[in-house]
Design a binder for this molecule. Structure first.
Ligand SMILES: Cc1ncc(COP(=O)(O)O)c(C=O)c1O
Length: 477
């Protein structure tokens, strides 16, 4: 087998740096003083327990001039592995990637078609770029109220050169990117896909392909979600000749730290190596385990497990997402019970419970949790009720001004209940799934007020100015 330098150059560089005696007179300020024996150092416990993984890229894994090109080489290997022309590693998550992607494809006052069920970072990208969203809407399942893919028909009447969609959605449902990309390209549009949840698809899982291979021009992907990267790690990649490479790179640079941790970046390199060398077997096993767990939960009376058969669209094979109203319990109470037993879940609301499996989950653990959860549902079972889908998936706002104009406009604070008819100057975002109920520049309606109050009762609502949710900042007239 080839050397580690060839298989994962950034990983090799970090390991070599850690093995070197370093007494640097440059950042990072912790000066790598986390080695055993350095007990006389101020703050040693902190360094030893929390900072001990950190190796900087500059003056660590590489020299100050980056003459080793270890990051560039690792990015090239990643691009090659996923069929991209160009990949950049990110330490600001897919949030950074979405902002950089929107800065790449749309500028001040330019229209861009954006999936309204996108993560809040898409809204940040609109505020920073000054672009004006023409919201587009995925199909919503008539009974379960969740998105089941962005249809080509959603682009009818759109007058924008770029389209931004999210796939997989938080609940695992997927858009047919191949069909959408063909429609976009036929109309000379650039397609950006927020594939934060779909990093495994880039490495070919069970016949699926990643967004770029399916035809997207830019894809943003969290490495820390479906795969093995350090928290915060993500990639942005592009393919084909629609993307202005200068603008792409400057947008990534504008959103990036100039002092990245090579440890974080190397975990992207290591993940790519692992996926190429062992990934398909491990993912295949995880997919099989997920299928088995889904079968256990689907056998519980009243529980609907989201999959192709129940929804009619492709669902991420590593998601276990349940719809619970017919079993008479809520996702929130089940999530609390699971949390008390040490099992965090990805998201929960009244109707749904969403869990993610990855390639390092052991079969017996996942099956054990699924079996335990089936028992909890039986214990908490109540009368069957109708669903109350989260409004984040179905809100169709009246856009009065651009997100940027409203964000920086003069504002006043009013009671939430008195704000109907006003223009919001801020966003209210239930987290998870991190999809705004209302964004800056949108008209406040009774439906939105009720949705904010309901979201506040079942979970966290974030990124607005009043944590009590009693008031809202609106554009001063
Ligand atoms: C669809 C989607 N896009 C982007 C993000 C942001 O990803 P990150 O946490 O890597 O910044 C999230 C986070 O949950 C998400 O769900």
């Amino acid at each position: 087998m080839s050397s580690l330098e060839e298989r994962a150059p950034l990983v090799a560089a970090v390991l070599a740096a850690r093995a070197r005696e370093m007494q640097p007179l440059q950042i990072p300020g912790h000066k790598w003083r986390y080695q055993d024996g350095a007990t006389d150092v101020v703050g040693f416990d902190l360094l030893h327990t929390l900072v001990r993984d950190d190796v900087p890229l500059q003056g660590g894994a590489d020299d100050n001039a980056f003459s080793g090109r270890v990051l560039a080489c690792a990015e090239e290997l990643y691009a090659e592995a996923i069929g991209a022309d160009h990949t950049r590693f990110l330490v600001g998550g897919s949030s950074q990637g979405n902002i950089a992607a929107l800065l790449t494809v749309a500028g001040d006052d330019q229209a861009v078609a954006v999936d309204r069920t996108s993560h809040r970072s898409a809204l940040s990208g609109l505020v920073l770029s000054g672009a004006v969203p023409q919201w587009i809407y995925p199909d919503i399942h008539p009974e379960f109220g969740i998105p089941v893919g962005m249809p080509v028909a959603a682009l009818e009447g759109i007058n924008a050169e770029a389209v931004f969609v999210t796939s997989p959605a938080y609940v695992g449902t997927m858009t047919n990117i191949g069909t959408l990309a063909a429609a976009c390209h036929a109309a000379d549009r650039t397609l950006v896909v927020d594939q934060a949840w779909g990093a495994h698809f880039d490495f070919g899982v069970g016949g699926y392909v990643g967004a770029l291979q399916a035809g997207a021009d830019i894809a943003v992907t969290s490495v820390h979600k479906a795969l093995l990267g350090y928290s915060q790690t993500a990639t942005i990649s592009c393919r084909g000749n629609r993307v202005d490479m200068h603008r792409f790179n400057r947008s990534v640079d504008a959103t990036a730290t100039t002092s990245p941790s090579a440890t974080l970046l190397a975990s992207i390199d290591a993940t790519r190596m692992v996926m190429q060398e062992f990934g398909s077997d491990a993912i295949g096993q995880a997919v099989e385990t997920t299928r088995e767990a889904r079968r256990i939960l689907a056998s519980v009376s009243g529980v609907v497990v989201f999959d192709e058969a129940s929804l009619g669209c492709v669902v991420d094979p590593l998601k276990i997402a349940l719809w619970l109203p017919r079993a008479g319990c809520t996702g929130v109470e089940l999530a609390e019970a699971l949390w008390r037993e040490g099992h965090g879940v990805e998201s929960a609301d009244n109707d749904t419970l969403v869990m993610t499996v990855s390639l390092v989950d052991e079969r017996d653990v996942v099956i054990g949790i699924a079996t335990k959860l089936a028992g909890m549902i039986e214990k908490m079972r109540g009368a069957s009720r109708s669903g109350m889908p989260s409004a984040v998936w179905s809100i169709r706002p009246e856009v009065v001004m651009s997100p940027r104009t409203a964000t920086f406009a003069p504002r006043r604070r009013v009671a939430l209940g008195d704000a109907v008819g006003e223009i919001s100057a801020e966003q209210f975002c239930p987290y998870p799934p991190g999809v705004p109920l209302i964004g800056p520049g949108e008209r406040v309606t009774e439906e939105v007020v009720a949705a904010i109050e309901m979201a506040g009762r079942v979970g966290r609502v974030a990124y607005n100015s009043d944590a009590t949710l009693k008031t809202i900042e609106v554009v001063a007239s």
